[in-house]
Design a protein around this ligand. Sequence first.
Ligand code: EPU
Length: 441
Amino acid sequence: MPATGDTLVIRGGNPLRGRVDVRGAKNLATKAMVAALLGETPSTLMDVPDISDVAVVKGLLEVHGVKVTESEPGVYDLDPGNVETAHFAQVDALASSSRIPILFCGPLLHRLGEAFIPDLGGCRIGDRPIDYHLDALRAFGATVDKSYEGIHLTAPTGLVGTSIVLPYPSVGATEQVLLTAVMAKGTTELRGAAIEPEIMDLIAILQKMGAVITVEPNRVILIEGVERLEGYRHRAIFDRNEAASWATAALVTNGDIFVAGAKQPQLTTFLNVFRKVGGKFDVEDEGIRFYHPGGKLNPVTIETDVHPGFMTDWQQPLVVALTQADGVSIVHETVYENRFGFTEALIQMGANIVVHPHGLEGVPRRVARREFEQSAVITGPTPLQARDIRVPDLRGGFSHVIAALSAEGVSRVSNVDLIRRGYEHFVDKLSDLGADFEVED
Ligand code: EPU
């Protein structure tokens, strides 16, 4: 049984050593489950991680009449034979902790002619608006009615292919367009699309189902609508965010972790930065070994970006490593408008981090500035001291845990349930890696 308590009492100073297995990506598995709604026959998804975001989507599918069975650990059979309109209260109760419900819109409009989306949850990392999603759905012909409870969508005469230009290559909005366009009448041209590996895996799934999707150069995707789709059988792409998190945990704790299931092609940008900071890695068929070779770590300047750039979800653990680098590092966060909140706890632990909430103007940049970007300037090395910390969000929370694991003394890290949203069995994995901690309720 995976450990369940909400607080970890961590004695820092033990290097993490050993092996962790990384399974399917949170940011693919949840969307693949939604795609099953579109099939006329059941789908099977393999390598589904045991995380609470998956549980939320399972619940949402079930209230819409989809039969979800875990036939063996990590293998989900999804039968959409009896899709039906859910009660508002059921959807609302489940949806508040996730942003995935917005992706139910297209499939439900195709299946039922209507969809209801309550207020969306997810991590507190900025406004995270859904305007691109709603504009795209309107372009397909959906009617969007907003009320204080949420958003009600209808498409009594069906959805029609269209031309969409995304103002920014949003992952979620690209998925929204794909899940809607595959069964819309006619062809859809999407410009400014996100091309993350999880999106390519979703396209592979939709193709297995019978969709016709062409990925063209320069972020253009063409989708030729079809009348019906079948179920799919698919193994989810590995979780590159989890892989990068454990890799960085090895660096931060002076450790040595073999991340089974990690693959090089989806991690090349991360591996370059890992190497520049001073980490070593060996790529093997079964996974990648990440380790701290001893000696000093080096400062770096990075900008988070859409794929193939350095992911916004990789910067939080990296910042912890940079507190131990010999010199000044800069991290420009360009994807979300509020993703350095987690540094407050690191500063209390002794880190020297200055967050510039409006970015650093005048500093040479590789990608164009976005109006709301922020920058963190990290000066190291600074030994970290134990503190009591409350986890603020998923990725920030993981970074707090590894900071506590490397700090001198005993830290109490509470609210770790949030980390379970995206890291499968992470407390058990910590134990397997030799972390010194106890779990408290
Ligand atoms: N945006 C808008 N309007 C929209 C949609 C997005 O302005 O309608 C903005 C966002 O506010 C943000 C930017 O566009 O500034 C990028 O957002 P995007 O839509 O790409 O993100 P997302 O689909 O909501 C997914 C992942 C995130 C990951 C981002 C970027 C899932 C469930 N979430 O979010 O993952 O950081 O893409 O790669 O797939 C995480 O795993 O911890 C996480 C937050």
